[in-house]
Design a protein around this ligand. Structure first.
Ligand code: ADP
Ligand code: MG
Length: 357
């Protein structure tokens, strides 16, 4: 189904003096989509969100909301809901007063306000009898729900979230992740969510826009960002990845042999590479198999365990592969007690050609 674009970020650049915070970025956001903008600190994520909200004006380019260019439109005319990391609730006001605030600003009929508040409380799953509690008396997770309720009570075209979960502890963060996914599924809200957290992006987003240094690196569905990173930055930023530099020795159909250190790694080839090219290959930590004996894979090497970090449901290893002159990170899920390795163990590490970028 061809989906309608509700927000079009069209070749937008934002400069602060000589600093380019956002560099020629284009992102079309579809109606009802959960779009996550993912990038490290300083990448330009907040600046991009502020331009959509109308707090900042693009230096170049234009943002369209429902096909209207909005650069000259003040924030309060854009019908956008916002939740920031700080939440910015009024702690001495009650839950009801906080949620009613944007409705009163919009001069909605006081008769309707109560019904709208009850409805949104149900959506964010806060008990109705919390209405008259001061927000400051609520737990962190409940305050988060109030902030979401206040942002969506007037049914905005668009909900903008700037790292709203990053100040929560791990357990609450995971709970609110699935709550946000549920709220998105139960409404027809279009969400633009900003985060530096890869797991958060992969678990919630329909599509992810990865930005770095103000520029768009890749825009694709979450699964594709993980499985087919378009740039070395994306490969390195998503997941735990080891990069190795090498030179293409041979190409045989869909296979290429890349010289790395004193050895060779077999990878899947594509039209972009020819014999003699210097290439960088990337290995995902969770795609590498370790065994005391053999590993049945396209690539298998003798390896020495250098470091072990047991993490309960998984174990992180750092191994060295002398023949490749390489140090590689490996994540082992659900370690079988029979195959937990110790520092200094000499083992076999292997991976298939298809797992190498
Ligand atoms: P992120 O949200 O991805 O961490 P920001 O959008 O906040 O990144 O910032 C991107 C870059 O723009 C940073 O280098 C930041 O210092 C700079 N920047 C952001 N806002 C301003 C401003 N108002 N004045 C000057 N520089 C700014
Ligand atoms: Mg930011």
């Amino acid at each position: 189904k061809e989906e309608e674009t509700v927000v079009e970020i069209d070749r937008v650049t934002k400069r602060y003096g000589s600093l380019v915070a956002v560099n020629d970025v284009s992102i079309p956001i579809r109606d009802g989509e959960f779009m996550t903008i993912l990038g490290p600190s300083g990448a330009g994520k907040t600046t991009l969100l502020h331009m959509i909200a109308g707090f900042e004006r693009p230096t170049e380019g234009e943002i369209y909301i429902d096909d209207r260019p909005v650069s000259d439109e003040p924030p309060n005319e854009r019908n956008i809901g916002l939740v920031f990391q700080s939440l910015a609730l009024f702690p001495h006001m009650t839950v009801k007063e906080n949620i009613a605030f944007p409705l009163k600003m919009r001069r909605e009929d006081p008769e309707d306000i109560d019904g709208q508040i009850n409805e949104v409380l149900e959506l964010v799953q806060l008990p109705v009898d919390y209405k008259n509690k001061p927000v400051g008396d609520l737990s962190g997770g409940q305050q988060q729900r109030v902030a979401f309720a206040r942002a969506i009570v007037y049914e905005p075209t668009l909900l903008l979230l700037d790292e709203p979960l990053s100040s929560l502890d791990k357990k609450l963060r995971e709970e609110m992740r699935s709550e946000l996914t549920r709220i998105h599924a139960e409404t027809d809200l279009t969400i633009v969510h900003v985060t530096h957290n890869q797991t958060e992006a992969l678990s919630m987003a329909d599509r992810i826009a990865v930005i770095n240094g103000g520029a768009l690196e890749q825009l694709a569905p979450a699964k594709e960002i993980y499985a087919q990173p378009a740039t070395p930055f994306v490969a390195g930023f998503i997941g735990d990845t080891t990069m190795l530099d090498g030179t293409v020795n041979r190409i045989d159909g869909r296979r290429a042999a890349v010289a790395v250190g004193g050895g060779e790694v077999t990878v899947e080839s594509d039209d972009r590479v020819t014999v003699g090219d210097d290439v960088r290959i990337a290995l995902r930590a969770e795609k590498i198999a370790l065994d005391h004996d053999d590993v049945d894979a396209d690539n298998a090497y003798e390896a020495t365990v250098e470091q072990v970090a047991f993490e309960g449901d998984q174990t992180q290893y750092t191994i060295s592969v002398a023949s490749l002159d390489a140090v590689i990170d490996v994540t082992h899920q659900d370690p079988d007690p029979e195959t937990v390795f110790d520092r200094g163990d000499v083992i076999t590490a292997g991976w298939d050609a298809a797992e190498v970028f």
